[in-house]
Write a protein that binds this ligand. Structure first.
Ligand code: PAZ
Length: 373
């Protein structure tokens, strides 16, 4: 979880710490929870019948509204690149994907044509000057719009993958905006996916605010500026990874992300999260290096298939053994050609390949245990 949304006082009192039970008993669910839940359940049941693995990918930032009639809110930096990119690689690996993302953040496939970095209209020929030659019926160009030749090679595979994802029923999207909605939806998706047992993976890449304002403290109307400065009191968001691991999805393969700006904190914080919550893997990333470097931190394993060919650092903390594996784009060689849709290598390609191996191992370990008993 990220602290980026906490712009006010950094002191905290025990009363400001919430258990997840207290949160769900007192904070209202999103108004469309029932519909969202029904369509997600139908998606999961279909893929369970078909024996497919399902991954929940969370992506993008959460808001903390300052008013019930929201004029202002606190937000964070996340554009949803990690989640959207990862979802594409999970789909390529044969997973059914529940993509739970911040509304209007980047989405699989369309992310390649974000309005700021690669505006879609720039790909198209100007209809006033472009003459269509391949179709006599529309030689005036009135019925067709043409993609400029130089963009076709990049667009074609993305368009095919996009259409495949749409028509195959392998991608299901669940939008959220606020941190409250995120927490409710995370619990609901976990409840729905729980019957998948070990076939489910949870890939929590969203940048979730660590602080929120309880609904009883949120004013109904726009905060007026007449009184001068504004002081905001925020409570700590409950640590839902704990009930997620212990109660919601005890059999799932659970991957959380840890973002830091001080690189020295990455591994200790990741280890701390593993010790506290007991899930399978923390992927650490530094804010400014996240596009080309991450570190996998997990409990030590004797399985040589994991991270084959990568350097694994052994750690011992309070008698517990852990491993840290750095994954860098530069490890892919100078050309960095890869499965990225434009031919460029993306770090998520390696991240997802590593996770697929670990997930297989997680599933196989349960079968082996069953055989032994
Ligand atoms: O969305 P993005 O691609 O801009 O950033 C990805 C990220 C840094 C939000 C993600 O990799 C991550 O670390 N998420 C968890 C953040 C945290 O709560 O610590």
């Amino acid at each position: 979880m990220t602290d980026a949304a906490a712009s006010s006082s950094s002191s905290s009192s025990p009363a400001a710490k919430w258990s997840s039970d207290r949160f769900f008993q007192t904070q209202a669910p999103p108004s469309n929870l029932r519909e969202v839940s029904a369509t997600a359940a139908e998606f999961v049941q279909r893929h369970m019948r078909e024996g497919r693995k399902v991954v929940l990918v969370t992506s993008g930032g959460t808001t903390v509204p300052l008013e019930k009639n929201v004029v202002r809110f606190l937000d964070n930096f996340s554009a949803g690149t990690r989640g959207a990119t990862s979802a594409e690689y999970f789909l390529s690996a044969g997973y059914a994907v529940i993509f739970m993302s911040r509304q209007h953040s980047l989405a699989p496939y369309t992310r390649h044509y974000s309005h700021t970095t690669n505006p879609f209209l720039d790909l198209l020929a100007d209809p006033a000057t472009h003459v269509h030659t391949d179709s006599p019926a529309s030689s005036s160009g009135e019925d067709n719009i043409t993609v400029l030749k130089q963009h076709v090679a990049h667009l074609r595979p993305i368009l095919s993958a996009y259409h495949h994802a749409r028509t195959s029923g392998l991608l299901h999207t669940v939008p959220f905006v606020t941190v409250n909605d995120y927490l409710w939806l995370l619990r609901e998706m976990s409840r729905i996916m729980q019957p998948l047992g070990r076939s489910a993976m949870y890939y929590l890449a969203a940048a979730v605010s660590d602080f929120f304002i309880p609904s009883t403290s949120v004013p109904e109307h726009k905060i007026q500026s007449g009184k001068g400065s504004l002081t905001i009191q925020m409570d700590q968001v409950p640590k839902v990874l704990k009930p997620m691991v212990e109660q919601w999805v005890p059999e799932g393969y659970l991957v959380s992300f840890k973002l830091e700006t001080d690189p020295q904190l990455l591994i200790p914080k990741a280890v701390g999260a593993l010790q506290r919550y007991g899930h399978q893997l923390v992927i650490g990333n530094d804010l400014n290096r996240r596009k080309f470097e991450v570190v996998f931190v997990e409990r030590a394993s004797s399985n040589p298939q994991l991270s084959a060919g990568r350097k694994r650092e052994q750690l011992e903390v309070e008698g517990d053994k852990f491993e840290a594996t750095w994954m860098r784009l530069s490890d892919s060689g100078p050309g960095r050609q890869g499965g990225g849709k434009g031919g460029e290598k993306e770090l998520e390609e390696d991240i997802i390949a590593e996770l697929c191996t670990r997930h297989e191992h997680w599933i196989a370990a349960a079968s082996a245990e069953q055989d032994r008993s």
